[in-house]
Design a protein around this ligand. Sequence first.
Ligand code: C5P
Length: 232
Amino acid sequence: MIITVDGPSGSGKGTLCQLLAAKLGYHLLDSGALYRLTALAITRAGVSLGDESAVAAVARELAVVFNVSAQEQSVILQGADVSAEIRREEVGMLASQVAAMPLVRAALLQRQRAFVESPGLVADGRDMGTVVFPEAEVKVFLTASSEERAKRRFLQLQERQVQGKGESPNMAVILADIEDRDARDRSRAASPLVPATDALQIDSSTMPIDAVLAEVLVQVSQRLASLESGLT
Ligand code: C5P
């Protein structure tokens, strides 16, 4: 069973995928982390964005381990925990530039498909239902208005600032970054952010995450029931 969840950043995909994986006991693929790791690794290695083959080689050779527990997911790159570092705004911005490169997408394709494991996988990304797992049994495309997504990000960053882990966030800058990243993700030639034709589209702007989860779980149980009864 493969469940794909695609959508723009801040739509609630990450939270939805973690809840789905925990509830169903499925494995989780955070594909955005692979693009973020590639961005971080090229910065560290001093590889230029202008050299697509070199960036793709870094993506292909990423020495990464995902540690997933019920409480949290940590990401280890070359033996060091980079979970917090890959979530930084500038890494996300660079990730979206790296993600527009066809050679990088090709380099990460098999690595993403290798996450498929029994009893099931929840895959979080932009092209999970269209390119990486077109055969997925359940596909979700989750959106929310850019203002709502910027507000969510602002609150997250504000919380981090209170914990002494970052600078004070600026709403206008966050909104501009979100719109910039969306435009790049939607307009790129390689695997643009578009809903799969067979995806269930949900707008989470005014919907609590529990309601989104409940709607997706209904789809999953209907699909499981039809698979068990031999229908497709
Ligand atoms: O989801 P997240 O914000 O971590 O992803 C970081 C960036 O990686 C996105 O802005 C997008 O450009 C890229 N990405 C992608 N395809 C995916 C997952 C992420 O292009 N499947």
